[in-house]
Design a protein around this ligand. Structure first.
Ligand SMILES: NC(=O)c1ccc[n+]([C@@H]2O[C@H](COP(=O)([O-])OP(=O)(O)OC[C@H]3O[C@@H](n4cnc5c(N)ncnc54)[C@H](O)[C@@H]3O)[C@@H](O)[C@H]2O)c1
Length: 126
């Protein structure tokens, strides 16, 4: 992966798939920023990456909230100087078996789609 010195924001990088992506990116010498609502686990994962010799820090980010994107990306552009890569990973797992269709659709789309849209909107250079 050509990630050396790239500034990469991994949303939902505190645990699960996002945390593994963050570790792989850091292994490729990217400057990783983990954005997550789970600030405690995000900090733990960043610390673990740094202990392994990688570059990582965490920022609070709720991908469903536009203000939260603005704050996180302003902070990254100030601290790191730019954003090169956005991994729009954060999302919720939908329980397809135990929801009524309308409620399930609302939760699924409310949890997944705004985050991806807002991420692209604010990460793209203006
Ligand atoms: N695991 C699977 O089999 C699978 C399959 C298809 C798609 N996905 C998708 O891949 C992504 C990661 O899956 P996972 O299994 O690692 O999930 P996970 O539940 O283990 O981790 C999701 C992470 O996203 C964070 N998150 C949730 N809502 C957030 C929000 N509003 N703002 C910021 N962070 C938020 C959580 O705190 C957590 O750290 C999700 O978008 C999921 O829908 C997963």
């Amino acid at each position: 992966m050509r990630l050396r010195n790239k500034v990469a924001l991994i949303t939902g990088g505190a645990v699960g798939i996002g945390a593994e992506i963050a570790k792989r990116f850091a292994g490729g010498r990217a400057q990783v920023v983990i954005g997550d609502v789970n600030v405690v686990e995000a900090r733990t994962t960043s610390e673990s990456i740094r202990r392994s010799g990688g570059s990582a820090r965490s920022v609070p980010l709720d991908v469903t909230k536009e203000e939260s994107w603005k704050e996180a990306l302003d902070g990254i552009r100030t601290a790191e100087g730019r954003l090169d890569v956005l991994v729009n990973n954060a999302g919720i797992t939908t329980d397809f078996h135990h929801r009524d269709a309308a409620g399930g659709l609302r939760t699924h789309h409310g949890g997944q789609c705004p985050g991806v849209f807002l991420g692209i909107k604010h990460a793209l250079p203006s």
